[in-house]
Design a protein around this ligand. Sequence first.
Ligand code: NAD
Ligand code: DAU
Length: 332
Amino acid sequence: MTRMLVTGGAGFIGSNFVHYTVRHHPEYEVRVLDALTYAGDQTSLAPVADQVEFVHGDICDAPLVDELIAGADLVVHFAAESHVDNSLHNPEPFVRSNLIGTYTLLEAVRKHGARFHHISTDEVFGDLPLDGTEQFTEERAYDPSSPYSATKAGSDMLVRAWARSYGVAATVSNCANNYGPFQHVEKFIPRQVTNVLRGTTPKLYGKGENVREWTHVDDHNAAVHLILSQGKIGETYLIGSGDERSNKQIMRLILELMGQAPDAFEHVADRPGHDLRYSNDSTKIRTQLGWRPRYGDFRAGLAATIDWYRENAWWWGPQKDATEARYQALGR
Ligand code: NAD
Ligand code: DAU
């Protein structure tokens, strides 16, 4: 058995990763380290609670991290502050968790020799023009826009430096926007779906022309597993479905799938510095590791996600009021 430490395993992608690993990869013995911030929820792991060990703790806690990594063969690092709007309001936790936290993990990995996979984002590259077909590649220079993406860019750079200078056995992946179950209600798709379920008007930033490339969380996690088993140490892999849509298109699709009028939303203040378009060229992971997204039909994936939120109000309900209060304070 390979002993795997998953940081941030109570968050959106991390909890889905743990579910996916338990379902498809019995060769791993899974331990989760998560601080249970506002974005972490241990109940997301309830269905697999018997198969994984949960440690409530902070990735900035060096003695704890050292102890856990001494007992791990592999670290898959999801833990981060992940929401752009929050980073614009208060960058401090982003600097702490995304930079100091990653540094703390890397130092322990360096000492104990564990393999390290770092989960990152396409946002480190900045954005692309709205009208065009240009894409991000693994070679593109970093140009982050928000405090969130700047700290993710910094954490990627730490990983690269620790790999080159100290020989840490690391890989990095930068994925596009994820969707699926267990995503916090602060994020675009869950926010609008739960607004409709609550009878609140959905909110579109600015004109809604910004474009994102939507990838199902299980496709992201399948790609991470391919990198763990076949990825080349020291390499970076971009992950993305190729399915690009404007926020307004997504909003209208959500409304259609939920039986609402196409204009049953309101425009609210735009996000400062709002990135226009993201698009990953995922040729490398497709050709070298054979990755293909299984959720080719976004409409079907979105409909299943809407059903999940409809059936799991017990999971998102307790977070909804506090989240909307935070948005109201920001005028969004
Ligand atoms: P999330 O906010 O849903 O979950 C983050 C998890 O990390 C939470 O469980 C939280 O409690 C934990 N955490 C935060 N700070 C911690 C700390 N100091 N110590 C221990 N645990 C801590 O985030 P997510 O959307 O699941 O994103 C996971 C990772 O994937 C992040 O690194 C993010 O940058 C990256 N990513 C996200 C997306 C996306 O679309 N959501 C896309 C590409 C990459
Ligand atoms: O691209 C990967 C990134 O995707 C990840 O690194 C981040 O962790 C993740 O949060 C996500 O970032 P975005 O900023 O793209 O996602 P968010 O869900 O916050 O917003 C998606 C788009 O929708 C964005 O253009 C802003 C817009 N939006 C968002 C909200 C919450 C709205 O129009 N209305 C809203 O209410």
